[in-house]
Design a protein around this ligand. Structure first.
Ligand SMILES: [Zn+2]
Length: 676
């Protein structure tokens, strides 16, 4: 069989590619990757940066290319054949990764380079790579004794089981509860889409009436729009007490074990606690820095949040005679008050955001800021006829990247929006290999009579993913693992989030926000309303985000072995962030999946961290002009092109001239004068 993946390729050969090609390609690529690793391990020369560290980073290139094609397709254009194959391939790749991590002779070479190299003779990028490679082994136990290594494996095994259990409990508890309504009066306030969703759920169960569940697409609209306070209460209490009912699905014990094992793991590796272990590889660096960051923001946001609660309480009292605002009221009255205040309808905005003109405007902004030019190239093969391929050049006509854009939902595409790559950028043997970047979205499709008109949220999503794409396309590193978006976790959202800011600027909107029928530019008054409504009740929203981050740090910043009662511990961690009454039957921790099941442990703070960065970075543009080339050049030279080649704080300071200052975020969020 002729297999396009078995020959070296630059552009992904989508046209000839069949699912059946992957298995033999993976087998061959894994074998050659193993050989490459072996030749590094068994090299008889003295270990050096080049023959060990750099060689390790370049090893397995064809495996990486094939993996990215495969897993990108599994997200954007999958089918059961690909999904089954993923089940088979993933363990093979995991085993390959483990074999490297546990390869002692290989670690000995890495360690020798780490301990004997005169780092002043290395470039900054090389120093970063050396530390990164060494730490990877060390953080996985390479320095431990055999018995300690055994202990680490046991902990890891238990942890992965417990995390699964945690997730299974949350899922089971989410699915267990159903609010079945048969009286149409109980649907009061709900929009047609929510009613229809409820009807379909009931129908699926063979029942009359409507069913509402704790899944977000069902739960969120119900809490926002239902005028039935008792029903909202029922839903909220069910939601809040998931995996906290003292039965077999209760997560209290599970999460304490997870937190304890993480703590033990960190101690075994020589760290004070799990947060210290995690933050070693973050821009924030230490638990103390995160703690201070959260404390400072909370101090600024609390007065505004308290005022907003009073405002909401007042409004609920006037509207419905409600004397005690409860958790199940806040979303409902927020939505109602927001609508009353701004009267902003999606249908009013959409005509100004036709996809093709938004795309043109976005490219134009990239030209004005970074000198990039996008040229559609139909000869670039894609995995679906709807995917568009572009050739990207810089101002001097140098080829910079291939850019794929895939905009609309299809049955084989997962939900959401993301940026990914098919080929990394790196330099080798004097050649600068340019990257192949892709963004995948699920935007409103065109209909027979209307082109694709985006919601404002879709517009900012597009700019967000495009920001990640710029980080990839402008990459200019030597080593692939430090290139583009391969940066610390709390730094990766700076390029994406900063791009969203242009969506709120009249000067930028004038480039693309034109009515698709009349050609009229979006009115300034409408922009004002978009901005104001984006900040509506921002104090409460900020405090809520901070509370989650504080809870996360409380669980992971100390020895959780001391904790007896989960709810008591949680309430103390929340401290001043509790703005509405607590109820003894609810608990956040027991269903806090991002930190106990997912990868966000000691990382929840990074949402706010990234907002501080993007607001502060954008304020520099605001000071000098949002299309100022000097600032844009700095952003390109010190942030976008640098990837993970230097410490992110150093990069940021070189761009901004100082450390990030939260003030810009407070101003943008309307919280700057909240200290009254
Ligand atoms: Zn992002």
């Amino acid at each position: 069989m002729c297999n396009p993946l078995l020959d070296p390729f630059d552009l992904t050969p989508f046209a000839k590619l069949k699912t059946a090609h992957f298995k033999p390609a993976f087998t061959a690529a894994l074998e050659s990757a193993r050989e490459e690793i072996d030749s590094i391990t068994h090299n008889t020369e003295t270990p050096s940066f080049e023959n060990t560290i750099a060689a390790l980073d370049y090893a397995g290139y064809s495996l990486e290319r094939i993996s990215s094609v495969f897993f990108n397709l599994n997200s954007a254009e999958t089918n059961s054949e690909i999904q089954n194959l993923a089940q088979e391939i993933s363990p093979m790749l995991a085993a390959f990764g483990n074999d490297i991590t546990l390869n002692e002779p290989l670690f000995k070479r890495v360690q020798a380079v780490y301990e004997t190299t005169d780092t002043t003779r290395l470039t900054e990028e090389q120093q970063m790579l050396l530390t990164k490679k060494y730490r990877h082994f060390q953080r996985n136990g390479a320095l431990l004794s055999d018995s300690e290594k055994q202990q680490l494996r046991e902990i890891d095994k238990s942890l992965s089981k417990l995390k699964l259990t945690f997730g299974e409990h949350v899922l089971a508890e989410t699915q267990k509860f159903k609010l079945h309504l048969t009286d149409p009066a109980d649907l009061a306030g709900l929009p047609e889409s929510a009613r229809e969703g409820g009807r379909l759920l009931a129908e699926a169960e063979g029942l009359e009436g409507w069913i509402f569940t704790l899944d977000y697409p069902s739960y969120i609209p119900f809490m926002k729009y239902s005028t039935q306070r008792e029903l909202r209460k029922k839903m909220a209490l069910a939601f809040g007490s998931r995996a906290y009912q003292g039965d077999a699905l209760d997560n209290s014990k599970v999460l304490k074990e997870i937190a304890s094992l993480r703590f033990q793991r960190a101690r075994l590796l020589g760290y004070k606690n799990h947060a210290e272990f995690v933050l070693e590889e973050r821009m924030a660096k230490t638990p103390a820095a995160v703690g201070q960051f959260l404390k400072d923001l909370l101090e600024k946001a609390l007065p505004a949040a308290r005022r907003e609660v009073l405002q909401l309480q007042d409004y609920a009292l006037k509207s419905d005679g409600i004397t005690h605002l409860e958790k199940w009221d806040s979303s409902f009255y927020s939505e109602k008050l927001k609508k009353e205040t701004f009267d902003l309808e999606e249908s009013e905005l959409k005509p100004y955001f036709e996809l093709s003109s938004v795309l043109d405007g976005m490219f134009r902004i990239a030209t004005d800021l970074f000198g990039l030019h996008f040229e559609k190239d139909p000869t670039i093969e894609t995995y679906h006829e709807e995917v568009i391929g572009f050739r990207v050049r810089d101002a001097a006509e140098n080829f910079m990247a291939i850019f794929y854009a895939d905009f609309h939902p299809r049955p084989g595409k997962r939900a959401g929006a993301w940026m990914t790559s098919y080929k990394p950028q790196f330099r080798k043997e004097g050649k600068n290999e340019r990257p192949h970047i892709s963004i995948v979205c699920n935007f409103t499709r065109p209909t027979k009579n209307t082109p694709s008109l985006l919601t404002f949220n879709e517009v900012t999503t597009l700019f967000h993913e495009f920001g990640h794409a710029l980080h990839g396309m402008l990459a200019d590193s030597t080593y692939p693992s430090l290139s583009g978006t391969s940066v610390y976790w709390d730094f990766v959202e700076l390029p994406s989030q900063i791009m969203e800011n242009w969506c709120y600027e009249p000067q930028a909107l004038a480039l693309f926000a034109r009515h698709y029928q009349t050609g009229a530019v979006i009115p300034d008054k409408l922009i004002e309303r978009i901005r104001a409504s984006a900040n509506f009740l921002e104090g409460m929203a900020t405090v809520r985000q901070l509370s989650f981050a504080m809870l996360d740090m409380a669980w992971h910043g100390a020895d959780p072995g001391e904790v007896n009662d989960v709810k008591e511990f949680e309430t103390e961690a929340f401290g001043e962030t509790l703005l509405l009454p607590e109820h003894p039957q609810t608990c956040m921790s027991t269903s806090f999946s991002p930190i106990f099941q997912g990868g966000y442990s000691a990382g929840y703070y990074s949402y706010k961290w990234a907002e501080v960065l993007d607001a502060d970075a954008f304020s520099y543009f605001q000071e000098k002009g949002i299309f100022n080339r000097e600032v844009a050049d700095k952003f390109k030279d010190y942030i976008l092109s640098k990837g993970g080649t230097e410490d992110p704080m150093d990069l940021y300071i070189r761009f901004r001239g100082r450390k990030p200052d939260p003030q810009a975020l407070l101003v943008r969020a309307g919280l700057a004068n909240a200290d009254s």
